[in-house]
Design a protein around this ligand. Structure first.
Ligand code: CP
Ligand code: NVA
Length: 308
C-alpha cells in the first residue's frame, strides 16, 4: 500500500511513472465529457473518502472528477459532522471505520501530525490534500503542467518562486530535489525557508538560490511560480506581512527580465500578482488547475496499486 503524504518520501521513479500515466490518460480522453469514464475503468467499485478541514475549491472538484473518470465514487465528509472533532472519537477508531468502508482517504488538514496519526491506523492509503507543511498533489501536477507547456523535462528548465516560504514552496523544493531542477526563490529576508528546509536542501546538495531582490530571482527564468502571501494557516500580522512583500509583486515590469517565462499560480490568488500578468498570454493558471484532475487520477492509481 502506498501513501501520498510528502514528495520527499516518494521515489522519483514512482513520481515519474505517475506523470507518464497522467500524460497517456489525458491524451486518451480528449474527446470525452468530464464524467465519461476512462476506457479501462480501473477503479470500478472503489470509494475515495475525502475530508477538508480547510476551504477548497480546486482540490475538491479535481479529486471528484479524478475518481469519477476512473469509475470509482467519492464521498466528502464534513469534519464538523464527525464525532472525531466534537465528540472526542479517536483518530484510531475513525481510521478503522474509514478503512473498512472506503478504499482511499484524502485529507486536507491544518495539522501535519494528524496525517501521520491517520497513516498509522489506516489500512487504506492516505493522500495529503494540503497541510501546513506541504501541498504535494498540487506540485506534482505543476511539474506535469510545466513539462506539457515547455515540452521539455523540468530538469532542463529554470524555475523561480516569488513569494512566501509556505507549504507549496516546500513541496516545490522537494520536487526540485527529486526531479533535479534549478530553483530560485525570491522573498524578503525575513520570510526565507526555515532551518528544516534549508537543512533538507543542504543534505541533498541541490541547486537552490535564495534572493531578496525579485529582479535577480527572475533572471533567466522559464517558469515563475507564485502563491498568496497569506496562507490559510498563517497566524501573522497580515497587514505587516503584505507590506513586507510590497516589492515582490509580480508585474509586467518585473517579467521584462524573463520574457519567455510562463506564469503559474496554484490559486486562489491575493494581491501578489498584477491583473495584467495574471491575464496575460504567458499565464497558464487555468490549464494548471485543470491538470490536477489528470495527475490526481494517476496518484490514485499509484496509491491503489493500479498504475500501469
Ligand atoms: N490550489 C488549491 O489547492 O486550490 P483549493 O484550495 O481551491 O483546493
Ligand atoms: N499556500 C496556500 C495554498 C492554497 C492552495 C495555503 O495554504 O493557503
Amino acid at each position: 500500500m502506498k501513501h501520498f503524504i510528502n514528495l520527499k518520501d516518494i521515489p522519483v521513479k514512482d513520481l515519474r511513472k505517475i506523470l507518464i500515466d497522467a500524460k497517456k490518460r489525458k491524451k486518451a480522453r480528449k474527446k470525452l465529457n468530464n464524467l465519461d469514464p476512462d476506457k479501462d475503468i480501473p477503479l470500478k467499485g472503489k470509494l475515495l473518502i475525502q475530508m477538508f478541514e480547510k476551504s477548497s475549491l480546486r482540490t475538491r472538484l479535481s479529486f471528484f472528477l479524478a475518481i469519477s473518470q476512473l469509475s470509482g465514487r467519492t464521498l466528502t465528509l464534513r469534519p464538523d459532522e464527525l464525532h472525531l472533532s466534537k465528540g472526542g472519537e479517536s483518530i484510531e477508531d475513525t481510521a478503522k471505520i474509514l478503512s473498512s468502508f472506503g478504499d482511499a482517504f484524502m485529507l486536507r488538514t491544518d495539522n501535519d501530525e494528524k496525517l501521520e496519526e491517520f497513516k498509522k491506523h489506516l489500512t487504506i492509503p492516505i493522500i495529503n490534500g494540503l497541510s501546513p507543511s506541504s501541498h504535494p498533489t498540487q506540485v506534482l501536477s505543476d511539474v506535469f503542467t510545466v513539462e506539457e507547456i515547455k515540452k521539455k523535462p523540468i530538469s532542463k528548465l529554470n524555475i523561480t518562486w516569488i513569494g512566501d516560504s509556505n507549504n507549496v514552496l516546500n513541496s516545490l523544493v522537494a520536487a526540485s530535489i527529486k526531479f533535479s531542477f534549478k530553483l530560485r526563490v525570491g522573498c524578503p529576508k525575513k520570510y526565507q525557508p526555515d532551518k528544516n528546509i534549508m537543512n533538507y536542501i543542504k543534505r541533498n546538495k541541490n541547486e537552490i538560490s535564495i534572493y531578496n531582490d525579485p529582479k535577480k530571482a527572475v533572471e533567466g527564468a522559464d517558469v515563475i511560480f507564485s502563491d498568496k502571501v497569506i496562507s490559510m494557516n498563517d497566524k501573522v500580522n497580515k497587514k505587516k506581512k503584505l507590506r513586507d512583500f510590497k516589492n515582490f509583486k509580480i508585474s509586467k515590469n518585473l517579467l521584462k527580465k524573463c520574457p519567455r517565462a510562463i506564469f503559474l499560480h496554484c490559486l486562489p490568488r491575493g494581491g501578489e500578482v498584477d491583473e495584467n500578468v495574471f491575464k496575460s498570454k504567458n499565464s497558464k493558471v487555468w490549464i494548471q488547475a485543470l491538470n490536477r484532475i489528470h495527475v490526481q487520477k494517476s496518484i490514485l492509481l499509484y496509491c491503489l496499486g493500479k498504475l500501469r
